[in-house]
Design a protein around this ligand. Structure first.
Ligand code: NG1
Length: 385
């Protein structure tokens, strides 16, 4: 008898708003994409993991499942599988390995979470192959922490939305405790994702720049908390509950120095933009949502300094082409933008980006790969074929 082949699908995500604040414990508003990582897998009777990638850029990878798995070289794709396997092995001893064939139509290092999608897909394959089930929120949390194996100090947004997304919706993700609250994306709204042609390798060059941000936010938080007479371990949501944004910004201005006042301003203003954006989406107020996207981009560019000239140019061109609002999405330093317009406007926006951004950069013929319509999709699932 031929054994059933199982396939797991884990989508990428586009974060609509709430950038670089998940690791501050503040809510974010992403949605899952239709593009995904898919893994065909077979259980093994030993602890070996044998991974093959259909993309020839990624060499086969093999390792044994254990509670402490030595990493491959920095940047090696197999480290995301190691991260998943180690996180699961620490929670469930005696897990057996899988043979896995990986494929993906998600662009890599584009700010769309291809890495977390791979990690989540691998974890679901292993759990399924071992007949182990874990509550969804627990798994989100376990894998959110597990991805730090690769050396990035990320928050838990990506693993949560990849596992918990609902089709047709964006989800507000709250942390501590983790919770997802879906809001339907209004009919007639079109989110467009466009890649800047600049790779943002968070496992490579962008890692240090990324990891510096959570450290700066933490230092700013502690100094403002002390000035406010609050406990040193108060969280950002705690600070926002204890004082108004205006008061916090005034205190920060009087207390912090160097880049910290700007980092702090991004975090607290972005936190409030998420709340307003969720309300605008629920009310179908596209203009209000779009203004928040623009404000988020400015804040990420000027205060948080995670943009890139090519991202700024794409945002500018998308706005000139008729998008109501646009901003960089994901960690930045390259990667993609997300733009919002009415559905009927989308072809004009894409045509203008082709002519004014991609053609001058010799990439007009690949616009179909670099620009796509983001359709709010369901979270990861295991299917039997
Ligand atoms: P991407 O865009 O996948 O590099 C990273 C973090 C998120 C979040 C965003 C910025 C990981 C796995 N992901 O996402 O948690 O902090 O940056 O909002 O570290």
């Amino acid at each position: 008898m031929t054994p059933h082949v199982h396939v797991v699908r884990a989508p990428g995500r586009v974060n609509l708003i709430g950038e670089h604040i998940d690791y501050c414990g503040l809510s974010v508003l992403p949605m899952a994409l239709r593009r995904s990582v898919r893994i065909q897998f077979h259980p093994r009777s030993d602890r070996e993991m044998r991974l093959v990638n259909r993309d020839p850029r990624f060499a086969p990878s093999a390792f044994a499942v254990s509670e402490s798995i030595p990493p491959a070289a920095a940047g090696d794709w197999g480290n995301y599988a190691r991260a998943a396997a180690q996180a699961l092995a620490q929670r469930f001893p005696d897990l057996r390995g899988v043979n896995a064939l990986v494929e993906s139509d998600l662009p890599i290092a584009a700010g769309l979470s291809s890495s977390s999608a791979l990690l989540v897909a691998m974890a679901l394959a292993m759990l399924h192959a071992n007949g182990v089930s874990v509550a969804s929120l627990e798994l989100m949390d376990l894998l959110g922490r597990g991805e730090r194996y690769v050396g990035t100090a990320g928050g838990g947004m990506d693993q949560a939305i990849i596992l918990g997304a609902r089709a047709g919706c964006a989800s507000r993700i709250d942390f501590h405790p983790l919770r997802l609250t879906p809001t339907a994306v209004p009919a007639g709204w079109q989110f467009i994702v466009a890649w800047s042609l600049v790779h943002a390798e968070k496992s490579g060059a962008a890692r240090q720049a990324y990891n510096e941000r959570p450290r700066q936010c933490d230092e700013a938080r502690r100094l403002v908390a002390a000035r406010l007479g609050q406990r040193e371990d108060i969280t950002y949501p705690g600070l926002l509950g204890a004082a108004s944004v205006e008061q916090l910004l005034e205190l920060a201005g009087a207390t912090l120095s160097g880049v910290l006042p700007r980092r702090f301003r991004h975090v607290v203003t972005e936190g409030t933009r998420v709340v307003q954006a969720e309300a605008a989406m629920a009310a179908g107020d596209l203009a209000a949502f779009a203004r928040l996207l623009d404000a988020s981009h400015q804040s990420l560019r000027d205060d948080y300094e995670v943009s890139h000239p090519e991202l700024d140019r794409l945002v500018e061109l998308a706005r000139e082409a008729g998008a109501a609002g646009a901003r960089l999405t994901g960690a930045g330093f390259g990667g993609s933008i997300v733009a919002l317009c009415r559905v009927e406007r989308a072809p004009e926006v894409v045509a203008a980006l082709r002519e004014r951004f991609y053609a001058p950069r010799g990439a007009a013929d690949e616009v179909g790969r670099h620009v796509f319509m983001a359709e709010p999709s369901a979270g990861a699932e295991v299917m039997r074929t």
